[in-house]
Design a protein around this ligand. Structure first.
Ligand SMILES: Nc1nc2c(ncn2[C@@H]2O[C@H](COP(=O)(O)OP(=O)(O)OP(=O)(O)O)[C@@H](O)[C@H]2O)c(=O)[nH]1
Ligand SMILES: [Mg+2]
Length: 385
């Protein structure tokens, strides 16, 4: 069966794969949802040859364990999180069945590596090929960087590249002018939610993506929303600090930041007094690179803290991304019943699920308050009905 295709977009290390892992987790395990939908991860992990080396796709449960490992023991100090980059485009497949029936559909989430959106908007052919049969575009935004000055906010979140990409949809899409859904998903929002300042994050999205949003406002058949999410829960952003590495006499290299000239805080939060022979260097990896090297920007590192003495993995609102996609696809199908798009795609994507089934599902999700359009910074900027 074919699937509904969603492109995950965003800068390097901004959290695309983690958002997906928490999205799957919440769709699978949210009890209230289970009365209406049964969701499972049907991804077949692939191996691809990249630059002569075999790369294996990471499972989403592995990605979740990575994040959970930062929640297993309480730290009183700040710490750094940076692990496991994505190397390629990989697909993650979500199977959704209507509870109590064997009617199923699939959503394919295409997860890119942040590198694919580098180069100031000169997209690789490969990225454009992935775009052409997608109806949904999820722009994952790293909120701690979004809330820094404009240069850093845009560099971390490749805002220019995303803009040029979104404005190319009608050039490259197979369903030109067809209905599209664009979701802005600021993540790592714990701090702003807890401080009651999530509106600041939303306003900053309106500011830094003004041209992109304005383009989408003018496009027919388009839905645009902001859905701030918490992928970890209980880990909140503390502050940005200049990134250093310390190389000890034994040769180990650890990311850190300076507390005083003699003391650093290591990435795991431990304080460390510099010894004779230790070398403290600016972190060479901490740079936003541009094609023109003279434009490179030094990237501060984002430090986090536990918000709870017994921290636990508690993602929030990630499932909204999938639910908004489901509702959008229902509207698209209903509005296109007499078009070739419908005859080509509806049965292939939705299998034995009928428009009536989909309608009942969306009504049930809406009536039970499971699809959220307001609260915690969620806003439907432009509605497609
Ligand atoms: N503090 C914090 N860190 C997170 C959160 N979610 C993910 N991370 C960490 O942020 C880093 C980047 O996350 P990824 O999901 O790998 O980001 P990505 O956008 O897929 O990265 P690439 O695919 O390499 O471009 C990882 O070390 C994650 O563990 C979160 O909610 N809070
Ligand atoms: Mg990734």
């Amino acid at each position: 069966m074919a699937s509904l295709k969603v492109l995950m977009m965003g800068g390097r290390r901004c959290g695309k794969t983690s958002v997906l892992s928490s999205l799957f987790d919440q769709m699978i395990h949210t009890q209230q949802l289970n009365n209406i939908l049964t969701v499972s991860d049907k991804t077949i992990l692939e191996t691809k040859e990249i630059y002569g080396a075999k790369e294996k796709q990471e499972s989403l449960s592995n990605k979740r364990l990575e994040l959970q490992s930062f929640l297993s023991t309480y730290k009183a100090s700040d710490f750094l999180i940076d692990k496991g980059p994505t190397i390629h485009f990989w697909s993650y497949n979500m199977q959704i069945s209507l509870a109590g029936t064997n009617k199923t559909m699939n959503i394919e989430f295409r997860d890119s590596a942040g590198e694919f959106f580098d180069h100031g908007g000169h997209h690789t052919q490969e990225t454009l090929d992935y775009l052409k049969d997608c109806d949904v575009f999820v722009i994952v935004v790293d909120s701690p960087y979004l809330m820094q000055n404009d240069a850093i906010a845009d560099a971390a979140n490749v805002a220019d590249s995303i803009h040029s990409f979104i404005t190319s949809i009608d050039e490259y899409s197979e369903d030109k002018q067809g209905a599209k859904l664009v979701l802005f998903v600021p993540m790592k929002c714990e701090r702003w939610i807890q401080e009651g300042k999530i509106e600041d994050v939303k306003n900053r999205i309106f500011e830094r993506y003004a041209s992109t949003i304005s383009h989408l406002q003018k496009r027919d058949n388009t839905e645009v929303s902001i859905i701030p999410v918490q992928t970890a829960g209980n880990i909140a952003f503390s502050e940005m600090r200049t990134a250093y590495t310390v190389t000890t006499a034994t040769g180990s290299v650890v990311k850190c930041s300076k507390v005083t000239d003699k003391i650093v805080i290591k990435s795991n939060g431990d304080m460390y007094s510099l010894r004779e022979g230790d070398i403290l260097n600016p972190d060479a990896e901490a740079v936003f690179e541009f094609d023109d090297e003279s434009l490179d920007i030094v990237r501060p590192s984002a430090w986090f803290h536990h918000t709870n003495p017994t921290p636990k993995y508690a993602p929030k609102h990630c499932e909204q991304v999938a639910l908004h996609i489901l509702r959008f696809m229902f509207n698209k199908a209903r509005n296109n019943q007499s078009t070739s798009w419908f005859s080509q795609f509806f049965n292939r994507i939705f299998g034995r699920i009928t428009l009536n089934d989909l309608n009942n599902t969306i009504v049930e999700l809406t009536n039970s308050g499971l699809i959220k359009d307001t609260g915690d910074g969620i806003e439907r900027i432009k509605v497609y009905r």
